[in-house]
Design a binder for this molecule. Structure first.
Ligand code: SF4
Length: 1169
């Protein structure tokens, strides 16, 4: 039906292409191209335009008007009819004769298209074809005054070829009383007539990038590269275009474009490039996690004379199967499929599916099989061939499911199916393929993709939930070391959740997200009826309720829950919570005392621990002495605490005696306080250091006052995961042994899980099952505490080897599944407000959680990892949080007992802790000039009150080092070691390396002093060690004695690219190497779209006592409105003067601060420059 209507629309549309003789074409390019190149360019573009028009189902006939024998020959070969004209006829006359010819032949409409539109595509042609029949449709050129396409009734208006033909055509239409219909499309915009046009053609990579950027902005995650089988081997136009772009092959071109698309947008490439060799697979594998190649059919009969694949050697089944085999050998996940309705029998279809199954059985690399129905396309030999019925498509889909099994993904493209899409769901599909909001289906441009809302609604009607996936399927992401090039892991992990599907819960991030980010979760959705929940989900929940043993697959199924299943689970967990715990929300008033952050272990997720002094990042290594521990315990008691929680790094000098001393000190200071202390790792370390058994050492600690243990250091109880995240820590069995032993001694413990880094749902399931087993035996676990991974400062994440924590759905679901799986075993499910935030905790409290944990007073471990939810949640804040849910917050003891009135009153009346110094001002700082004002501010403010966030958009890589000109200028200036004369670099600098470089003939355009170079080398080594730029900068600033915080604006790279008449230049190349000489046409900021604000800056901006934000640009007079600094007493000239000496900078800074303080007297934050 679809094709029939397409053919109806095409009735009467003639495409007309006026073509000059090649020798008189493109003469305006004579200054930049040789005659041979111009001729070659002319033919490649004309061929492209004619082929594109032929491929459009809207063009009924195609006419080329030309005086040239050789042009006619090319056009005829491309399938056009020829209308001869005299050599000096001119384009307008040629078009007039073509119009008369079309009218005489009974044509109803004519579309004029020049032969030099290198980006013209079928979608653009079809857009212009849709102009109303009684209108004149026009496609303007890039500048908007020329006409690159025109459609009208024959003779409606004359054709113009002046520079401003668009207005000439509009005037003519107005005179004739005909409406005008304008079409703007990339494919119509570029004609090649001037050297600048040629440049644009050469930069078609830019076009791909623009599409990719638009895609990324619209929420796409995949960039699909669809190309024919090595088009350069078949088409001169393709060869020509590749040469213009400096590539010898399509593979090389695609690799470059894909690399840039990924770097700039983060989109994951998927290559549909037809037949590839083993060498091509090796070359392309680092650029895309997955490839696609259709088998179409395994029947050789269809490649014989008279068959649909006759004359297409690349479609021969043996060639296609060999290509797929090579992909398997190269460990590349592929998408393949069959095409039905091309003359094959049902038996041949089955054989094709068996061939795919055999391949997959051998290599395990077929991630998806597409069952695609043949569509008759205009311009192809099979234009009149019948299309397969939808019943036939459903039958094939069903047998594909039976042959390929339940684990295989089976896809039917929804835009090619003309029936009820739920039939396909019933037939066994589980995937709709790719749906783009940006570009049409280039293979089937006549069939638009359905909107996602409609697809979602249809999928729901079919009893399923529409879920976004990535270009590579979850099982291959799970086994990424085997299947995906390591260079792609970072992007894959950034896009995916722990189940291997796309992260779709807004932008929620554990440890830092705020209220606006949690709206995506619909836990309270009304579940229409029991039929809308998967029977498997209901069965598993029933197993939980009746205490039956759960399997790994059961829990994995629960972790995958979405839609109604998700709402059913959270609502069931909430009901269980109410039955078990009532409506009270409990919390314990406690104090965290992390007695040292020095640690001899190397957990890859840990941002808290510090090794040797020179490796220390973010915070200096510290030890809290026993006196200070006693003071903090006493202060906690005075503030109503019933518990102190003591944990720390494993200091190499500590022994079991240290832990015993810590325990005794706390207990002696406050005999009634509950000592909740020492992870299983500390217990093992203490026992081993004294040559005692775990049991004996635990008994000693118990005698010293230990009451309970935190079940931390559990991370994920799976040794496969532990080898990746904490290789030298205690293993799963050792953790379980310590906990079991503690329980045997009557020391109860909590149980934790740290999730959302490298693991997948099966690991979560295993972890929970081990805890279930333990609890069945000992009954010693007091609560289950999910700890979502806070990724920002974790070395694992900074080395591109982890997810950015769980998604919000996963984080909530972990609590929910905990409530269900531990039903009857562990009554208390706790949420960590430090990691979930108040709003996230609120969601968890509605999904099975009954406990908010401790008020903490001094949380520092999550904060070190980048969490920004504060250090204490007071009883009043807990009460407010509970009240928002209509529930009551109740203070409890560690063991969930009642707390005396005296303790409650002490907690309620607690004076604030000595406040932790937070930055009161944030300075947003550029380079030289900015550093001067920052220097003034740093001296005008007490230590610790200023956070200086520095521009990193000018950073670049040089000799493998990361050069951060602005950051270093600020650090040097504040440390008082900057070269005051130059304003950049170090004072008293020596230049031996630079001199030696010059002697060796190396690049010396960027001046690197010896001292400066030392900093760059050190920074490189720290970054390579997995530390963030933020952490490294803090270390350097601390070492140089700077009393305020200096942070990069982002830990992620952002690069300023200057567009000039010499092409795109990295900022420092333009500024330093080229001394700002090339003419500038624009700027872009690579990486800006995906870069995240550095966590320290985010924390400073969110600090409750933030008073003002001060802009410190490199040049205040060029970069912002300097008048903002001025009052009656200070004029611009004075500001210039004031910036000259250190004292004057301080005076200016005091002036700025005084104005800010005046402005902010009402408690609001002001920005000022
Ligand atoms: S998690 Fe604990 S053991 Fe591991 S490095 Fe950090 S402080 Fe040390």
């Amino acid at each position: 039906m679809h094709s029939a209507s397409a053919r109806q629309r095409s009735d009467g549309i003639w495409g007309v292409v006026p073509l000059k003789a090649p020798e008189s074409a493109k003469t305006r390019l004579a200054g930049v191209l040789s005659h041979a190149s111009r001729r070659s360019l002319f033919f490649s573009m004309a061929n492209h335009v004619i082929s594109t028009l032929k491929a459009s189902s809207n063009i009924a006939r195609l006419l080329v008007v030309t005086p040239s024998e050789i042009s006619a020959e090319m056009a005829r070969a491309a399938g056009a009819e020829i209308l001869w004209g005299p050599p000096d006829e001119g384009m307008a006359n040629a078009c007039a004769r073509a119009t008369a010819h079309v009218a005489a032949a009974g044509g109803q409409r004519v579309m004029f298209v020049p032969g030099d539109l290198p980006l013209l595509d079928v979608a653009a042609v079809d857009m212009l074809s849709r102009a109303p029949v009684d209108a004149i449709g026009m496609a303007p050129n890039r500048e908007g005054y020329g006409t690159n396409g025109l459609i009208c009734r024959p003779g409606a208006i004359p054709m113009h070829f002046s520079g401003h033909s668009l207005s000439a055509h509009k005037d003519a239409a107005q005179r004739a009383g005909i409406k005008v219909w304008i079409v703007r499309a990339r494919g119509w915009a570029l004609d090649v007539d001037l050297p600048a046009d040629l440049d644009e053609l050469k930069s078609s990579i830019k076009d791909a990038l623009e599409i990719a950027r638009a895609g990324a902005a619209a929420g796409c995650r995949e960039a699909l590269f669809t190309l024919g089988d090595r088009p350069e081997e078949r088409y001169a136009a393709a060869r020509e275009a590749l040469q213009q772009l400096g590539h010898a092959s399509t593979a090389s071109y695609v690799a470059e474009v894909a690399q840039r698309v990924r770097a700039e947008t983060g989109l994951l490439p998927h290559f549909n490039m037809g037949v590839l060799s083993a060498a091509e697979y090796q070359a392309l594998r680092p650029h895309a996690p997955s490839f696609g190649i259709m088998l179409e059919t395994a029947s050789e009969r269809l490649s014989e004379r008279g068959g649909p694949h006759y004359g297409s050697p690349d479609k021969h089944p043996a060639v296609r199967l060999e290509t797929m085999r090579l992909a398997g050998e190269a460990h590349i996940p592929i998408t393949s499929g069959i095409l039905i309705g091309i003359g094959e029998t049902r038996r041949e279809r089955l054989e094709s599916l068996f061939a795919l199954r055999d391949l997959h059985d051998r290599y395990g690399h077929v991630q998806e099989v597409i069952v695609q129905n043949f569509r008759a396309k205009a311009g192809t030999k099979m234009v009149n061939a019948p299309e397969p019925s939808m019943d036939e498509l459903c039958w094939t889909t069903a047998v594909a499911r039976l042959i390929l099994g339940s684990a295989m993904s089976i896809q039917v493209p929804p835009n090619l199916f003309e029936g009820d899409l739920t039939d396909l769901i019933r037939a066994g599909i589980n995937d709709w393929g790719g749906v783009s909001p940006i570009t049409p289906d280039h293979v089937n441009p006549e069939a638009p993709w359905p909107h996602l809302e409609r697809l979602s609604e249809v999928t729901a009607r079919g009893g399923k939930v529409l879920v976004e996936r990535l270009t590579v399927y979850p099982q291959y992401i799970d086994a990424r070391d085997q299947w995906v090039d390591p260079g792609l892991h970072r992007d894959l992990l950034l896009h995916s959740d722990c189940g291997g599907l796309a992260r779709t819960d807004g932008k929620w991030i554990a440890g830092s997200s705020t209220a606006t980010d949690i709206s995506s979760l619909q836990m309270q959705a009304t579940i229409p009826n029991a039929d809308s929940i998967s029977p498997q989900t209901i069965d598993i929940v029933n197993k939980c309720l009746s205490g039956d043993r759960l399997e790994e697959a059961d829990l994995v199924h629960l972790f995958k829950a979405r839609g109604n299943d998700f709402a059913y689970l959270t609502q069931t967990a909430d009901r269980l919570r109410k039955e078990t715990n009532g409506d009270n929300i409990t919390y314990v008033v406690n104090r965290n005392i992390n007695y040292t952050n020095v640690c001899q272990y190397h957990c890859n997720f840990c941002a808290f621990s510090k090794g040797r002094v020179e490796e220390s990042l973010r915070e200096k290594p510290y030890i809290v002495e026993l006196d200070e521990i006693r003071r903090r315990v006493r202060e906690a008691w005075d503030r109503g605490a019933t518990e102190v929680c003591l944990q720390g790094g494993i200091h190499p000098d500590y022994t079991g005696h240290t832990y015993l001393d810590i325990c005794s000190a706390a207990k002696t200071e406050c005999p009634d306080i509950h000592i909740h202390a020492f992870s299983p790792l500390e217990i093992m370390h203490g026992a081993q250091s004294l040559g005692r058994t775990v049991k004996a050492f635990l008994s000693d600690l118990k005698k010293a006052g230990l009451s309970t243990l935190p079940g931390t250091a559990a991370e994920i109880l799976d040794d496969e995961v532990r080898r990746q995240i904490c290789p030298d820590k205690l293993n799963t069995q050792e953790w379980l042994t310590v906990i079991r032993t503690a329980h045997e001694l009557g020391l109860r413990t909590t149980a934790t899980i740290m999730f959302g880094h490298v693991e997948s749902y099966r690991h979560w399931a295993q972890h929970i099952l081990k805890l279930v087993e333990l609890q069945r035996n000992t009954r010693g676990l007091t609560e289950f505490v999910p700890l979502p991974f806070v990724h920002e400062e974790a070395p694992l994440f900074r080395r591109n080897r982890s997810h950015q924590g769980p998604t919000l759905r996963e984080a909530v679901l972990m609590h929910t599944v905990g409530r269900l799986a531990f039903h009857g075993l562990i009554d208390n499910i706790q949420t960590s407000w430090v990691k979930m935030g108040e709003q996230g905790s609120q969601l968890c409290l509605q999904a099975g959680v009954n406990d908010l944990g401790g008020s903490l007073m001094n949380e520092s471990i999550s904060r070190a990892a980048g969490a920004a939810h504060g250090q204490e949640l007071s009883p009043a804040a807990m009460a407010a949080l509970a009240a928002r849910l209509g529930r009551t917050a109740v203070q409890r003891t560690t063991l969930y007992g009642r707390v005396s009135i005296e303790r409650q009153q002490a907690a309620q009346a607690a004076l604030p802790l000595t406040p932790v110094k937070m930055a009161k001002y944030v300075a947003l700082c550029g380079g030289v000039g900015g550093a001067k004002l920052a220097f003034g501010l740093a001296h005008a403010l007490p230590p610790g009150e200023l956070t200086i966030a520095v521009n990193t958009g000018d950073d670049f890589e040089h000799f493998g080092l990361l050069i951060c000109p602005d950051l270093d200028t600020v650090v040097y200036t504040l440390a008082g070691i900057a070269d005051a004369g130059k304003g950049w670099g170090r004072a008293s600098e020596s230049w031996l390396v630079q001199e030696e470089l010059a002697r060796l003939g190396g690049p010396t355009w960027f001046q690197l002093g010896d001292k400066d170079l030392a900093l760059h080398l050190y920074r490189r080594s720290l970054l390579d060690g997995g530390n963030s730029l933020c952490g490294v900068t803090t270390t350097l600033a601390n070492t140089l004695g700077i009393k305020h915080t200096i942070v990069p604006m982002s830990n992620d790279p952002v690069r300023t690219i200057v567009e000039t008449d010499e092409g795109a230049l990295a900022f420092q190349n333009y500024f330093v190497a080229r001394r700002c000489e090339p003419r500038v046409s624009g700027f872009r900021y690579e990486g800006a779209a995906t870069a995240r604000v550095s966590p320290a800056l985010e924390a400073a901006l969110n600090a409750p006592d933030l008073t003002g934000i001060i802009l410190c640009p490199s040049n205040p007079f060029d970069e912002c409105d300097a008048s903002a600094l001025c009052t009656d007493s200070i004029e611009i000239d004075m500001i210039k003067t004031l910036m000259k000496t250190p004292n004057e900078r301080i005076t200016l800074a005091q002036h700025v601060l005084a104005r800010l303080k005046n402005l902010s007297s009402n408690g609001k934050v002001y920005a000022m420059s």
